[in-house]
Design a protein around this ligand. Structure first.
Ligand code: PXP
Length: 243
């Protein structure tokens, strides 16, 4: 039986990274969002960081008004980001850990250790009709925290998997697959992302309970060589082939 379609969320942060290297308006992340849609993306993901190193407040404003695809806003659980999310009401908000000195989101959110901080954030976002996702490691205690918080979605951090050599991925893959099964069994929709490429996406895409992948850096990097639409199209085809 055909499994439910696996959605592709294209993270456009690094279009903004390149734009910001020179200031000005080119390349435009909103144009990238339109290209991703034309190539088969199901959603657009953007991370508004505290330091605004790539996506800016103006980008979020334009994405909300100019794109048709649902926007998944990645955000730290801070008062500032909560206020921004509540003002824009994106389709989804993915709560991520954020450290100013890191180059990228290096690990999952410690939801289990931050229940007190997260409870009001998840509650207020949910009450505003925003679908909350928690970016966590594929660990039972983090899934239990997501259950306690009432989050409808978890996104598993695939960074560790992505950095392993192909012949060493087996146990990490199993950890993610087991976590996806546990989340789904408890009524939580599992997503996954970070570090996914044409070479490593298929085993993650084949995990039946996983419903969405969020992919950015590789797609934008590959776009330099083959164009963004082709980059998204090839990823979409690999994901579909894996189901
Ligand atoms: N999912 C989340 C929650 C992220 O924070 C990121 C980017 O850091 C991604 C997915 C995409 O990761 P990448 O850019 O490595 O594809």
């Amino acid at each position: 039986m055909a499994q439910d379609k696996l959605r592709l969320g294209v993270n456009i942060d690094h279009v903004a990274t390149i734009r910001n290297a020179r200031g000005g308006e080119h390349p435009d992340p909103v144009r990238a969002a339109h290209a991703a849609e034309a190539a088969g993306a199901d959603g657009i993901t953007a991370h508004l960081r505290e330091d605004r190193r790539h996506i800016t407040d103006g980008d979020i404003e334009r994405l909300m008004s100019e794109i048709r695809l649902p926007l998944n806003l990645e955000m730290a659980a801070t008062e500032e980001m909560l206020a921004i999310a509540l003002r824009h009401r994106p389709h989804a908000a993915c709560i991520v850990p954020e450290k100013r000195e890191e180059r990228t989101t290096e690990g999952g959110l410690d939801a289990a250790g931050q229940l007190e901080v997260l409870t009001p954030v998840v509650g207020k976002l949910s009450a505003a009709g925003i679908r909350v996702s928690l970016f966590i490691e594929a660990e039972p205690q983090q899934i239990e925290a997501a259950i306690r918080l009432g989050a409808p979605v978890v996104e598993f951090h695939t960074g560790r998997y992505a950095h392993l050599a192909a012949d060493q991925r087996e146990s990490e893959l199993k950890r993610i697959a087991d976590a996806a099964a546990l989340a789904a069994k408890n009524g939580i929709e599992p997503h996954a992302g970070h570090g996914l490429t044409f070479d490593n996406v298929s085993p993650i895409a084949a995990i039946p309970q996983v419903r969405e992948l969020n992919i950015g850096h590789f797609l934008i990097g590959e776009a330099i060589f083959i164009g963004l639409e082709e980059s998204v199209r090839r990823m979409r085809a690999l994901m579909d082939a894996a189901r």
